[in-house]
Design a protein around this ligand. Structure first.
Ligand code: AMP
Length: 133
């Protein structure tokens, strides 16, 4: 059965899209730790990130880098943190999280609850920045 992220890529489940290429897709995390919290995935369904084939793995991180640069150009923050868990969704994904201090990366912290309009505003701004890179 297709993963929830494959269903997002295929447009079956809506997402706040940030960027897309032939092989990759980036979209806002629906339970964000911070405004601009983004997930970057390979379209190819691979559960564990270290099972992603070498070339695709390198390209995935380059795509995440470009996405991170777009995020930091829009969301005020010290850095964009990068982390991989993959304990919940069995489809490799990189979390990109705007942070000002280490604890901003803690998944123990309460998630933000944003309105649809805020998600749309944030994704549109980051998408536009990504398009200019
Ligand atoms: P993990 O697999 O532990 O890295 O966590 C999966 C992440 O995917 C969580 O941060 C969820 O909030 C996020 N997530 C799950 N479903 C969706 C969805 N439909 N749209 C956006 N993000 C999602």
């Amino acid at each position: 059965m297709a993963t929830i992220f494959t269903r997002i890529v295929e447009g079956e489940i809506p997402s706040y899209k940030i960027a897309e290429s032939k092989d990759f897709y980036a979209f806002l995390d629906i339970n964000p730790l911070a405004k601009g919290h983004t997930l970057v995935i390979p379209k190819k369904e691979v559960d564990y990130i270290f099972d992603v084939e070498d070339n695709l793995y390198k390209e995935l991180f380059l795509f995440a880098k470009k996405t991170g640069k777009a995020i930091e150009s829009v969301i005020p923050c010290k850095r964009v943190g990068i982390i991989v868990f993959g304990l919940d969704v069995p489809h490799a994904h990189i979390h990109l999280i705007p942070i000002n201090k280490a604890s901003d990366m803690s998944f123990e912290s309460p998630k933000l609850s944003l309105e649809k309009e805020e998600f749309e505003e944030i994704s549109s701004a980051i998408r536009s920045a990504f398009g200019k890179m």
